[in-house]
Ligand binder design. Structure first.
Ligand code: F6R
Length: 587
């Protein structure tokens, strides 16, 4: 998995590929590579283990090239497993997973092919080389027909030094043009700042850059009619200022991002949703990781208002059996997460009404959905989702309010949505106390995050951030579950973050805190209520107050800050956690 890019440019082809790879790096940073093709059909290749910086240096010559940044699935991160992979007259970069890898490997090995890497991707370039009889496009198309699984590929051929042939199925691919160059790329945000116009390739389509022109084709080589390039929307990827990491910068952007979401919601057109909302048998929600937590919060809110709703991680969406009469809300910052797309496609195919909540307006998820709400949170570069979570919650609160209005009456708390950016800014007042908490907890080997009701979801989100960024084992639990097993791990000094934003649950939270304190555990309490003083705690973090149904968007704010401080104190780069990638385009 990872990100691919291809470029045709008479000037600076290497530099353009390199800068696109830098912007794609959030898709993987195990290794990187670039291949350029000279006019005489000679390849120059540089590929190395490590991030994109590892392939910096003297530009390679050529005006046609391909590049890759890798998140390892088949084969460890290494120079040899880095893309591009070469075979005979061909060089290839691939994003996706070849599911019939074992069968193809055995077949090709029996036919005498020898492989240099352990990757599934290398098999594709061998398939292409074997299918080649002078027609470059036909060879790529024939090889793609043999692949089970997902792919976006960009391929060079020494016999055609002015051409890049690309194809996609299950992995995203977008064509771009601007600034004297033509591009293909895994992702729109990576083209922001380079291409002025873009046009996504649909499932099963091929993109060919040839002699300074770009075209879309079907597998049989016939042109796809009606493809239109549109102006790139969205800002270029920002760079964290000063010593700040992207994660710190993105946490600091939460209030501005929420203001962007509010502006987007003012323009939102939900007219297509009215009838499905009114008639919905069930409201279902899916997402992955942090986006799943946002979806859980949404369903919790609807359930509290008496609307039948269910949530599952997108990878488990089959259990929802979404179909006719259901509304499925698919939540994804990137709009390209493979599990979420698979759940959305399956639900649509069975007749559910699909609504997307995403940050990327031209994403695959947005184009698949019958209606969409856009976060307009600005680019999120750090691997861990931060500001996008707050903005997803705001979108989902808005959606819940509109849904309730369509079915009966709008909830009173809808009026308070506009106050969230200012309240979020006030949540930053807690940061010095949270930094002190991180200093006290930096040597912990494990920790719990507890909450009841909607705070249990915030607890899960806090635990996810600590795990992925600080590499400390952390579990987010409903506080009432503590005594049913997890309490066994609590001993002298064990850290427990307890979130309590519901006045009605203060007493119950006090019981959980007492259970922890009695075993020597150290409780840090996160609450907006003075009355929460009744809860025994070693640390107290005061939250700003909003109507209780909206509190998850505020209560979560100190938690990524805690994770980020823990990561920095333990010497880890919070922007690039090990083993992870920002956009997970394999199921
Ligand atoms: C966690 C995190 C991931 C993503 C998940 C879904 O900090 O960032 O769990 O939330 O991979 O990504 P999107 O929202 O792009 O579908």
């Amino acid at each position: 998995m990872g990100g691919i890019v291809g470029c045709f440019a008479r000037d600076g082809c290497f530099e353009r590929l390199f800068s696109a790879l830098n912007r794609l790096e959030y898709r993987g940073y195990d290794s990187a590579g670039i291949a350029l093709l000279s006019g005489e059909g000679a390849f120059s290749v540089r590929k190395k283990k490590g991030g994109v910086a590892a392939i910096a240096g003297e530009p390679l010559a050529g005006s046609v090239g391909i590049g890759h940044t890798r998140w390892a699935t088949h084969g460890a991160p290494s120079d040899v497993n880095a893309h591009p992979h070469l075979c005979g007259k061909f060089a290839l970069v691939h994003n996706g997973v070849v599911e019939n890898d074992a069968a193809l490997r055995a077949e090709l090995a029996a036919a005498g092919e020898r492989f240099l890497s352990e990757t599934d991707s290398e098999l594709i370039v061998h398939l292409i080389a074997r299918a080649y009889a002078g027609d470059f496009f036909a060879a790529v198309s024939a090889a793609c027909a043999r692949i089970e699984g997902s792919y976006a590929v960009a391929v060079l051929c020494a016999d055609h030094p002015d051409t890049i042939v690309c194809a996609r199925r299950g992995s995203p691919l977008v064509a771009g043009a601007g600034g004297g160059a033509l591009y293909v790329c895994s992702d729109i945000p990576a083209l922001c700042g380079s291409a002025a116009y873009i046009c996504p390739a649909e499932e099963g389509e091929f993109v060919v850059i040839r002699a300074g022109e770009i075209g879309f084709f079907r597998a049989d080589g016939s042109p796809v009619p009606g493809k239109v390039f549109t102006r790139v929307r969205g800002a270029a990827r920002p760079h964290a200022v000063g010593a700040k990491t992207h994660m710190e910068a993105e946490i600091a952007e939460v209030p501005a991002a929420l203001a962007g979401t509010l502006a987007s919601l003012k323009e939102a057109d939900l007219s297509a949703c009215r009838a499905p909302f009114r008639a919905a048998r069930r409201v279902l929600a899916v997402g992955c990781g942090t986006a799943y937590h946002a979806a859980l919060s949404f369903c919790g809110l609807l359930a509290a208002e008496g609307v039948p709703s269910l949530c599952r991680p997108a990878s488990e969406a089959a259990a929802l059996a979404a179909g006719e009469g259901d509304v499925l809300v698919a939540v994804s910052q990137s709009g390209e997460t493979a599990d979420t797309l698979a759940a959305a496609r399956a639900a649509r195919a069975r007749g559910a009404f699909l609504l997307a909540v995403t940050n990327v307006e031209q994403s695959s998820l947005a184009s698949l959905a019958q209606a969409a709400l856009f976060l307009r949170a600005g680019p999120e570069v750090a691997v861990a989702a931060t500001k996008s979570y707050n903005c997803q919650l705001l979108c989902l609160y808005f959606l819940a309010a509109r849904l309730l209005a369509a079915r009966s009456t709008a909830p009173a708390w809808e009026q308070s949505l506009a106050a969230l950016p200012a309240l979020a800014r006030r949540a930053f007042d807690s940061f010095s106390a949270v930094s002190a908490l991180a200093a006290a907890w930096q040597d912990a080997r494990g920790m719990y995050f507890l909450g009841r009701g909607q705070d249990a979801v915030t607890a899960r989100e806090g635990a996810l951030k600590v795990k992925e960024i600080a590499y400390i084992f952390a579990e987010g639990l409903p506080a009432g579950e503590l005594k049913h097993g997890p309490l066994a791990l609590v001993e002298e000094g064990f850290p427990v973050a307890l979130i309590c934003t519901s006045r009605a649950l203060i007493r119950k939270c006090a019981t959980a805190a007492a259970e922890v304190s009695a075993r020597g555990g150290r409780v840090a309490l996160f609450s907006q209520y003075g009355e929460a003083l009744a809860i025994p705690a070693a640390f107290r973090i005061r939250l700003p107050a909003a109507p209780e149904p909206l509190m998850p968007a505020l209560a979560v704010i100190p938690l990524p800050h805690l994770a980020c401080r823990l990561a920095l104190l333990r010497g880890h780069d919070p922007d690039r956690p090990r083993n992870l990638a920002k956009s997970v385009t394999v199921e």
